[in-house]
Design a protein around this ligand. Structure first.
Ligand SMILES: NC(=O)C1=CN([C@@H]2O[C@H](COP(=O)(O)OP(=O)(O)OC[C@H]3O[C@@H](n4cnc5c(N)ncnc54)[C@H](O)[C@@H]3O)[C@@H](O)[C@H]2O)[C@H](O)CC1
Ligand SMILES: [K+]
Length: 477
């Protein structure tokens, strides 16, 4: 499982490692891991190593020594305040050069790849003129640039566009991913990101973070399994409440997704006829939304999609019944604060999240991990903040899901997600497992469709691809 660490958490981790006398060995591990990874991607290359003055630079200097041992020709440019102990160990084998813009320009041409360790999690804006000039010189490189931990000039915790930062071809994140590796636009500076282990015992890393990625191997364990004698009554039920005049497609998509995720029975209710609902669904038409309180619910409920003004009241009514419930779309209003229970999942997109937090979308996007945590605190239950990538929060833990693609930015995609999650809830998964597995499967199904439809993929394509995605997950395809 990939942990997600903020710069503060890295600092606290460093402090602990230092107190335990483990910092030096960790830096050695980091440098060796970086060298081995670079060797894998660029075998036989001549490497220009650029080392700044912090531990990011120390990693670079240690990596240089290991690159030598792996048979690479190297040139090392080290800041005059670079980590002295590491530098001395390297200078036994090779001489190093001062880190200046001229040296960067001169040596860049003679090497095949640049490994940069100027700034890592310790970077505090604004950039000094010296570092700004070095980064500008690195960005003129026609050769691939590999960043250690994060591209220098990017702030580890902040997804916003950096003023000036290294445009890396590849980034080797150390010990854990940082928010800048996951969220746009900052993530664009990192190129291909790979997480490297630096041998820090889990007992230390886990103490500082409860945020991590959603792992396919976990989802595999959580997804429901069926006996040979399964029947429609044992495969879970879903009841979708939504739709209004001109907005019934949402219900059709949620019910389709629930069926495609394996629900044995899918019902829907609305005050208008739901056109295009799959033939396999059962319709319980309502004269008035107040009739919801008397519906004989079984299994899970998904409420809000296309429902309009009354959505929050209907959702409140359903939440009082303590059923496994997905609250989506129009139902996501401030009146539901504190109403989530252990079987509730709220599924806002950034616009709905902004409404729920009484802020604006830019604020939500500037810190999706913070936003999903605040939403969970305010609303209870499990919160799924949709986006690229989606973040998920329970009371204790936060996750980031990395399946999915930009082709999924299209109408109805949220209705499909709500249907998938409701289906898993109805099949007996806890709210946490249904939310995490649902988000992962939705993304993975989207990835299958992307290969075929690219940006033209439709929400219904994703619903139809849930089965193949699930199958691929189980069979390691
Ligand atoms: N626990 C771990 O994950 C480990 C991470 N390691 C690596 O260490 C860095 C973080 O090291 P740190 O020394 O704290 O910070 P940096 O190297 O990023 O830089 C600090 C250095 O840079 C100067 N500085 C800060 N801001 C600016 C600026 N705007 N302009 C110019 N100079 C700036 C600051 O004064 C310091 O001198 C982490 O990313 C990993 O690469 C370790 O390997 C150990 C374990
Ligand atoms: K760096």
């Amino acid at each position: 499982m990939a942990l997600i660490l903020t710069s503060q958490q890295v600092k606290a981790l460093d402090q602990t490692l230092s107190e335990k006398g483990l910092l030096e060995v960790t830096v050695e591990n980091a440098g060796r891991s970086v060298a081995e990874a670079l060797h894998r991607h660029f075998p036989d290359s001549r490497v220009l190593v650029v080392a700044g003055k912090g531990f990011n630079g120390a990693d670079a200097v240690v990596a240089a020594r290991h690159l030598l041992a792996l048979g690479h020709e190297i040139t090392v440019l080290a800041h005059q305040e670079a980590h002295q102990d590491s530098l001395k160990k390297l200078q036994v084998f090779t001489k190093t050069f001062p880190l200046t813009v001229d040296q960067v320009r001169h040596h860049m041409a003679k090497n095949d790849v640049v490994l940069e360790g100027l700034l890592g999690t310790g970077f505090q804006p604004p950039l000094s003129a010296e570092y700004a000039a070095l980064i500008e010189a690195l960005n003129m490189s026609l050769k691939p640039v590999v960043s250690i931990d994060l591209p220098s000039g990017v702030r580890a915790d902040v997804p916003e566009r950096p003023e000036l930062a290294v445009r890396a071809t590849r980034t080797f994140a150390l010990a854990g991913l940082k928010p800048c590796h996951l969220f746009e636009p900052a993530s664009e500076w990192a190129g291909e990101t790979e997480l490297l282990s630096i041998g820090v015992p889990g007992q230390y890393t886990h103490q500082f973070t409860s945020t991590h990625t959603v792992e396919p191997s976990d989802v595999q364990q959580w997804l429901p399994r069926r006996n040979q004698n399964a029947h429609k009554g044992s495969a879970g039920e879903v009841w979708v409440l939504g739709g209004r005049s001109g907005m019934t497609g949402c219900v059709a998509l949620s019910t389709l997704a629930a069926l495609r995720t394996g629900s044995g029975l899918v019902r829907h209710s609305s005050v208008v006829p739901v056109e295009h609902a799959p033939a396999e669904t059962i319709s319980h038409a309502l004269q008035d939304w107040s009739e919801v309180k008397d519906l004989p619910f079984k299994g899970a409920v998904a409420v809000g999609m296309g429902l309009g003004d009354q959505a929050e009241d209907i959702a409140a009514m359903v939440l009082e019944k303590h059923l496994p419930t997905v609250v989506d779309a129009d139902a996501l209003q401030t009146s539901l604060r504190g109403k989530g229970h252990e079987r509730t999942i709220f599924t806002p997109h950034p616009g709905e999240a902004a409404r729920m937090l009484e802020t604006d979308v830019a604020e939500v996007l500037s810190d999706p991990l913070g936003a999903v945590r605040t939403l969970q605190k305010q609303y209870g239950g499990v919160v799924v903040l949709k986006g690229g990538p989606t973040t998920i929060a329970t009371k204790q833990t936060t996750w980031v899901n990395t399946s999915g693609n930009p082709g999924m930015a299209s109408a109805g995609m949220g209705d499909v997600l709500a249907g998938i999650i409701a289906s898993l809830l109805g099949q007996g998964l806890s709210a946490k497992h249904a939310a995490l597995s649902g988000v992962y499967l939705h993304g993975r199904a989207g990835d299958l469709c992307f290969e075929r439809h690219h940006y033209g993929l439709q929400a219904s394509d994703v619903a139809h691809a849930v089965g193949p995605a699930w199958h691929a997950l189980l069979h390691g395809e």
